[in-house]
Design a binder for this molecule. Structure first.
Ligand code: CDP
Length: 230
C-alpha cells in the first residue's frame, strides 16, 4: 500500500520500554490524521483484568481464558485514544506499576499473542495507522510501509519513565524503575514468541539525545521520503 495508490500508509514503531515510541507514534498519527494504535495498552488491559480477578500471572491457561473473554477496545478521543476493558475506561489504571511489573510474563504467552495479533490486524486493515509495540514490524504487520525501531540508553529511558510517573503523582525509586526496565526488556527480547527486535527492514532511531519534537520530525521525514519514492 502506498500514498501513490491513493491509500494511506501503515506505520509500525517498535522499541524497548520508555524509548519514546508511544509519544512519537501518537504525535505522528495526529499530524498525519491517522489512527494511533497502542498495542501495549491492549496487553496492559489484559494484565489489569488478570490482577482484578486475582489470578496469578503464572497461570497460563487461566490468563488465556481471560484474554478470550475480555473485551478490549481502543477508542479514539480528542486527547488521545482511550482504553476500554469490558466497556470501562481503564486508560489511567493500566499504567500503574503493579500492571507494569507482571505484564511481560503475560505477554509472553503464545495464545495471548495470537488473540492480540488478530485484534491488532483487524484494527490496521484499512491503513492510515501508526501502531506501536514490540513485534509490530516483525509479526503483527510485517508488510507495513514504514518500520521504525526506536531505542535509547537505559538511563535516558529510566529518567523518562520517572518523569512520566511523577506527572501522574506516582513516586517510585529510580533504581527500582531502572531495574524494572532492564528486566522487562530482557523478558520481552528473549521470549520464544514474537521477541522484541528490529525487523530486518526497520529504520533504527536512537532517541537518547533527541527531544520528542525531533523524534517526531524524523519519522515525518521518513514518511515524506516514502511518499516521494512510491
Ligand atoms: O512501558 P512501555 O511504554 O515501554 O510499554 P508498553 O508499550 O505499554 O508495553 C508494555 C509491555 O507489553 C511490554 O513490556 C511487553 O511485555 C508487552 N507488549 C508486547 O509484548 N507486545 C507489544 N506489541 C506491545 C507490548
Amino acid at each position: 500500500m502506498s500514498k501513490a495508490d491513493g491509500l494511506p500508509l501503515i506505520i509500525a514503531i517498535d522499541g524497548p520500554a520508555a524509548s519514546g515510541k508511544s509519544t512519537t507514534a501518537r504525535k505522528v498519527a495526529n499530524i498525519l490524521n491517522y489512527l494511533y494504535i497502542d498495542s501495549g495498552a491492549m496487553y496492559r488491559a489484559l494484565t489489569l483484568e488478570v490482577i482484578k480477578r486475582q489470578v496469578s500471572e503464572k497461570d497460563e491457561s487461566e490468563v488465556v481464558n481471560i484474554a478470550r473473554e475480555s473485551l478490549i477496545q481502543l477508542v479514539p478521543d480528542k486527547d488521545g485514544p482511550r482504553t476500554l476493558l469490558n466497556n470501562k475506561d481503564v486508560s489511567e489504571e493500566i499504567r500503574l506499576p503493579e500492571v507494569t511489573r507482571i505484564i511481560s510474563v503475560i505477554s509472553a504467552y503464545e495464545e495471548v499473542r495470537e488473540i492480540m495479533k488478530r485484534k491488532q490486524r483487524a484494527l490496521a486493515k484499512n491503513g492510515g495507522v501508526v501502531m506501536d509495540g514490540r513485534d509490530i514490524g516483525t509479526v503483527v504487520l510485517p508488510d507495513a510501509d514504514i518500520k521504525i525501531f526506536m531505542d535509547a540508553g537505559v538511563d535516558n529511558r529510566t529518567d523518562r519513565r520517572l518523569k512520566e510517573l511523577e506527572k501522574k503523582n506516582i513516586y517510585v525509586k529510580r533504581d527500582r524503575i531502572k531495574e524494572e526496565i532492564i528486566q522487562r526488556d530482557l523478558i520481552d527480547s528473549t521470549r520464544d514468541v514474537a521477541p522484541l527486535k528490529p525487523a530486518d527492514d526497520a529504520i533504527i532511531i536512537d532517541t537518547s539525545d533527541l527531544t520528542i519534537d525531533e523524534q517526531v520530525q524524523k519519522v515525518i521525514d521518513i514518511v515524506k521520503e516514502k511518499e516521494k519514492s512510491s
